[in-house]
Design a protein around this ligand. Structure first.
Ligand SMILES: Nc1nc2c(ncn2[C@@H]2O[C@H](COP(=O)(O)OP(=O)(O)O)[C@@H](O)[C@H]2O)c(=O)[nH]1
Ligand SMILES: [Mg+2]
Length: 369
C-alpha cells in the first residue's frame, strides 16, 4: 500500500542529501571587525616584531592548560571544527532545481496540484537558507515533509463513538449514515463492512437498499445482509430511493435499532440527476453523517467527485476504498485537504474485515516518514 510515493519521496530526499554532500561547504568569512592588526606589526617598516617575552608566557600557559585538561580541550575543539566543516545551506536556486523534481513525482503519484504546491512552498520555508549538517539533510527534509503532511490531513472522528453518543442521548433516535459516490467505487461493499464492524461492537444496524437503479443492486446488498446477519429494507427497482431510506429509519425507530446505513446509486453518466437524487435522500432522511466513498486509485477523479457531492449535500467524511491496490497514496493526501473533510476509513480488500480506521500517524509511517 502506498509503496510508490514512499519510495519516490525517500529517493528524492536521498538524492538532495547526496548532492548537498558534494556541494561547497559554508566558509564563514571573518568580518572586518574581526580582522585585528596585531600590535606587533609595525606599519612603518611593515615588519612583524614579536614580543618574545609575551610569546614565552603564552607557551607556558598553553602547556599548563594541556597538562590539566588535555583530552577535553582538544576533543571539543576538533568536534567543533568537524561540525563547522560539514555544514551546508540549500540556496533558493538549488531548491528550485530540486523542487521541480519533487513536483513531478508528487503529481505522478496522485497528489493534487494544490497540495503539491503547498508541500513545496512549506518545504522551501523550512529548509532554504537553514544551516544544516550534511549528514542531516535527508532526515531534515523527511521531517519537514512529515510535519507538512500532518498539518494537511484532517483529524478523523470516530464513527462508532458518535453513534454511541446519539443512541445514549434522550431521544434514543437511530443514527443515520448516508453513503454516496459513483458506480463501482465500493459503496455497497463498504456499507456491508461497516454494518459488520458496528455489529461486532454491539451496535445494531439496518441497511436501506436505496440503489433502486442499478440492475441486481438490491440482490447484492440483500446477499451481504444475509451473510453478516443484518436486516435490509428494500423497495422495487425504479422506486424512490428517498422513501427506502425513510422506511428504513421508521423500521429502526420501531425496532430500537441503533443505526441506519443508506446505500445509494451512483450513475456516472447522469451526474446531474445523481446529485439531485442524493440531495433529495439527504433532505428526506436527514442523515447524521454523510460519507463519500471514493476509490483511492483514481486520484484527481476522486477529488472532483468528492467536491461535487460536498457541494450537493455537504459531506462529513470520506472513505477511500481499494487502498490495497493503490501503490501511489496521493489521493489519501489530497482528497481531505481539497474538501477539508477527514478520511475516516480505508478499504483494504473485498472481505468484510478489510476496512481500517484511518490513522494519520499510521499513514505517515507507511510513507516511510
Ligand atoms: N480490492 C478491493 N476491492 C474492493 C474494495 N471495496 C470494494 N471493492 C470491490 O469493488 C467492486 C465494486 O464494489 P461495489 O461495492 O459494488 O461498488 P458500488 O457500485 O459503489 O456499490 C466490487 O468488486 C468490490 O468487491 C476494496 O477496499 N478493495
Ligand atoms: Mg452499489
Amino acid at each position: 500500500m502506498f509503496g510508490k510515493l514512499k519510495e519516490k519521496i525517500h529517493n528524492w530526499a536521498k538524492k538532495v542529501s547526496e548532492k548537498e554532500e558534494d556541494s561547497e561547504e559554508i566558509v564563514e568569512k571573518p568580518s572586518e571587525k574581526e580582522i585585528e592588526i596585531p600590535k606587533e606589526f609595525d606599519a612603518g617598516t611593515k615588519q612583524f616584531q614579536p614580543d618574545l617575552e609575551k610569546l614565552e608566557e603564552t607557551k607556558e600557559k598553553l602547556e599548563k592548560d594541556q597538562k590539566e585538561e588535555p583530552a577535553l580541550g582538544t576533543k571539543s575543539f576538533f568536534k567543533k571544527i568537524g561540525e563547522k566543516a560539514s555544514k551546508i545551506k540549500i540556496s533558493e536556486k538549488e531548491f528550485k532545481i530540486y523542487s521541480e523534481e519533487l513536483e513531478i513525482l508528487l503529481l505522478e503519484n496522485n497528489v493534487a496540484l494544490e497540495i503539491t504546491e503547498k508541500i513545496i512552498k512549506d518545504l522551501q520555508e523550512r529548509i532554504v537558507g537553514k544551516e544544516l549538517l550534511k549528514k542531516e539533510v535527508e532526515s531534515e527534509i523527511k521531517d519537514a515533509i512529515k510535519e507538512i503532511i500532518k498539518e494537511i490531513l484532517i483529524e478523523p472522528f470516530d464513527l462508532s463513538e458518535k453513534i454511541k453518543q446519539k443512541i445514549s442521548g434522550k431521544t434514543k433516535e437511530p443514527y443515520v449514515v448516508l453513503f454516496c459516490g459513483i458506480n463501482g467505487s465500493g459503496k455497497t461493499t463498504t456499507v456491508a463492512k461497516i454494518a459488520d464492524s458496528l455489529k461486532n461492537k454491539g451496535i445494531s444496524c439496518v441497511i436501506a437498499a436505496a440503489d433502486t437503479f442499478r440492475a441486481a443492486s438490491i440482490e447484492q446488498i440483500k446477499e451481504h445482509g444475509e451473510k453478516i446477519g443484518v436486516k435490509v429494507i428494500s423497495h422495487d427497482y425504479g422506486s424512490d430511493p428517498a422513501s427506502v431510506g425513510f422506511d428504513a429509519i421508521k423500521y429502526a425507530k420501531k425496532n430500537f435499532i441503533n443505526c441506519v446505513l443508506i446505500d445509494t446509486a451512483g450513475r456516472m453518466h447522469t451526474a446531474k440527476n445523481l446529485l439531485k437524487e442524493i440531495e433529495k435522500i439527504s433532505r428526506v432522511c436527514k442523515p447524521d453523517s454523510k460519507l463519500f466513498v471514493g476509490e483511492s486509485i483514481t486520484g484527481n477523479d476522486a477529488i472532483e467527485q468528492a467536491r461535487s457531492f460536498d457541494w450537493a449535500i455537504g459531506l462529513d467524511g470520506i472513505i477511500l476504498t481499494k487502498a490495497d491496490i493503490d501503490e501511489k497514496g496521493g489521493t489519501a493526501l489530497s482528497v481531505g485537504y481539497v474538501t477539508k473533510k477527514p478520511i475516516l476509513y480505508l478499504g483494504t480488500g473485498q472481505a468484510y474485515d478489510k476496512i481500517v480506521v484511518f490513522d494519520k500517524e499510521e499513514f505517515i509511517k507507511r510513507l516511510g516518514l
